[in-house]
Design a protein around this ligand. Sequence first.
Ligand SMILES: [Zn+2]
Length: 497
Amino acid sequence: MPFTIIPEPALIRKRDDFLEFFEYTGLPVIEGDFQKEASVLKEQFAPRAEPPHSPAFSGTDAARKIVCKKDEALKVEAYALAIGREAIELRAGCGRGAYHGLQTLRQLFLSGEKIPCAHIEDEPRFGWRGFMLDASRYFYTVPFIKKLIDALSLHHINVFHWHLTDDQGWRLPVPEYPLLTDIGSKRVERRLSGAPSIGGFYTEDDIREIVSYASARHIEVVPEIDFPGHASAILAAYPGLGCTGGPYRVEDRFGIFDDVLCAGNDAIFGLADAVFNTLARLFPSPYVHIGGDEVRVTRWSRCPKCNKRLADTGLKNMPELQSWITVKLVSMLAEKGKTAIGWDEVLEDSPRYMLPKEVVIMSWRGADGGKAAVKRGHPVIMSPNTEGCYLDYRNCDDVEEPGQWSVSTVYQSYSMNPVAGMSESEAALVMGGQCNVWSEIIYAGRIAEYMIFPRIVAFAENMWTFRKDFANFAQKLTVHRQRLDMLDLVQYRGRLK
Ligand SMILES: [Zn+2]
């Protein structure tokens, strides 16, 4: 009988015996190190009143044990499992590895089938295995985000990139700028009769709850604030930060808009400073994503302040002003101990204000941005929209499938190679990859689930394993789908290629 573990572990050696887990109603006693991680596994199997109604263990099974041991020889996310007839030994170098090992066991327990005695050794291929959720175009609830984070962690995804601001809504409370949430978090949907106002924002308590929930599951939460484009919600709240002074509104249309933050107004850096202070206080991650994508210079060109800035800085043209802003934001973050991440547009810099090498480039317009970035010595995260990383695209080429723009198949999510066409030294700069869900038309957590699963499952195996094999994955998926069902996740069930 094959082992159904996703992502595929680095090494599995089976023996003839079995841990006949399905006969037991209790979760094994978990002894030794890593009790924090063990308590999360217990929580995951605790009976609950609300969905997801995953199979629960009614208590503990005193005859079975999971013995957790710290083993300094193992790398940071690595773990080893020795599954015997009555006991399982889990070794890991730190909590991250221990958590991954326990999630591998969680998969086996969820299936409730015979578990072969075996020795498993495992470690990831890439260190950044990310997932991005756009909470601006659609405002997802805290319970949904927690459910999603828990499901991601079952597959060893370790970064949750939280897209918190955009033209259609600002979701982060900033004490010095209360109108960002008072005005910027709500929009009027004019397509609907009665023009209802929709939206919302996360309170500091909400954010702390999500960060701590993710951290217990060894997922790092990376916030994104989009500067200087995708700024309609900011401008609706503080019209003085735009070139024309408005009037502006929180957008209910989708697309790229001419109105962006005024490059000639120093007050935009006052705003950025307050926002970064809030982020530094609430998010322990060393990274802050500053967006930087899809910035139009239409307004800058006709703005006296922006033209004065251009003259003062000695830059050649308006697009170079964006790199001037980006470099300033990057150094402001550095002073707060944070490293900036930007979409690949930030690479289009000016020779006068070169992007510092530590800025991480997230390659989304295909892989070209990432390939150019490693040549310049930047760390890179690959998230090409052309290769299965955009989960708001349709699962297959069928107009009856939900999704926008294009197609990303499960097979593509499985196949994207973040280091394709790179030399060894270039590939060493690739931190890993990421899948993104933009939520223009994903207006419910249930629809998001359908777009995310099982593509993220394929992507997780792609980023983690050294032993990729799509045929094997497709076979494992038939078993794994039942686990996703148990976690009450809606999933796409059509063709994979
Ligand atoms: Zn301006």
